[in-house]
Design a binder for this molecule. Structure first.
Ligand SMILES: [Ca+2]
Length: 181
């Protein structure tokens, strides 16, 4: 086995073995910028997309001082997305994508993160989706390993739900798109 191959395997092993909270704190490995990932100093690149009002709230923090509060303002689903089209810089290869969420209990709310891999012109090459468990008052982490296809130069992220009604609230924090290499 070549030294390079061994280093990569060691890194993957280390990341796999680490506590998730430790992984999520690694600032240089997240393709999302620090504000967008953690909400610690502002809303980052998050914007209300449909049937939502968003805010940065101390009471929405899973980690640190603040998180993203999504207040649902209409029926038939909700969505937030980035406002930095075509997204954050990215490269082809293996990634681990994860986020923490909670929501109004008993309302069958699910948070779905759609990750779109785009080329240099912003055209989407491929997209994949992670769905949380049904949300409750307890924070739940959703994570998946995804592979960005050849030609990827940008990553785009949306978080949506197909259920929801005015008054429902979803909190999101520690949103990570991490290159595994
Ligand atoms: Ca936070």
């Amino acid at each position: 086995m070549s030294p390079g191959r061994w280093s990569m395997l060691s890194l993957v092993a280390a990341l796999t073995a680490c506590d998730p909270a430790i992984i999520d704190h690694a600032p240089t490995s997240n393709l999302l910028d620090a504000e967008t990932a953690s909400l610690e100093t502002g809303l980052g690149q998050w914007s209300a997309w449909y049937s939502t009002e968003i805010s940065r709230e101390a009471t929405a923090a899973r980690d640190g001082e603040a998180g993203l509060r999504v207040a649902v303002t209409g029926p038939y689903g909700w969505g937030v997305q980035l406002d930095n089209w075509p997204g954050f810089a990215a490269s082809p290869g293996a990634h681990r994508v994860s986020f923490w969420a909670r929501g109004t209990p008993g309302h069958s709310l699910v948070a779905q993160m759609r990750v779109g891999w785009r080329d240099a012109s912003g055209e989407e090459l491929q997209s994949e989706q992670l769905s949380s468990a049904v949300l409750s008052a307890e924070w739940v982490r959703t994570a998946r390993e995804l592979t960005a296809p050849p030609g990827t130069e940008r990553v785009w992220v949306e978080v949506t739900g197909s259920e929801g009604a005015p008054g429902d609230v979803i909190d999101l924090d520690v949103l990570v798109v991490q290159a595994l290499r």
